[in-house]
Ligand binder design. Structure first.
Ligand code: T46
Length: 135
């Protein structure tokens, strides 16, 4: 799907454990303006249900697992994130839903813009209208 990419991250491991670095241009395809993480999620309680007109993000499940449904208005895909060694890049104008969080799941998100609640598209019909050129 356009605007969606699973990125393999290089882990630097030795006998002390593992370390992954995220760097602009190296493995993050945008200027990093914000990092947040979602944790203490509840069994059976999904999150998301919105799209962003002008935001790119990388989602990394640094602990546990969860599923991400992405939708570009024409097709849908589901990704299971279950390793800190993979990141799901989500570009602009993609509807996303996160669900099936395992116990202790920590979902870290790296974002290309500062938080702006006004740029959220929270109405699915409106999202479909915009991606079809009617918004
Ligand atoms: C996304 C998915 C993957 C802030 O104050 N600052 C922030 O940077 C963010 C992201 C949220 N908030 C506040 C706003 C709400 O009061 O945190 C609360 C929960 O946010 P929200 O309901 O938007 O969380 P999710 O998990 O539904 O969605 C989040 C991101 O908002 C969204 O951009 O792509 O994670």
């Amino acid at each position: 799907m356009n605007n969606i990419k699973l990125i393999e991250l290089i882990s630097h491991g030795d006998n002390r454990g593992s370390l992954i670095a995220l760097e602009k241009e190296h493995n993050v395809p945008f200027d990093i303006k914000r990092v947040y993480y979602i944790y203490d999620t509840k069994r059976g309680v999904p999150r998301g249900f919105h799209a962003h007109e002008d935001l790119e993000q990388m989602l990394i499940c640094v602990s546990g697992s969860c599923k991400i449904k992405v939708d570009n208005g024409k097709e849908q895909e589901v990704y299971e994130l279950n390793t800190p060694e993979q990141a799901l890049y989500i570009g602009k104008m993609i509807w996303r839903e996160m669900y099936d969080f395992s116990q202790g799941c920590v979902l870290m998100v790296i974002a290309s813009q500062y938080y702006n609640p006004k740029e959220y598209i929270r109405d699915y019909n409106k999202f479909i209208e915009i991606v079809n050129g009617g918004g």
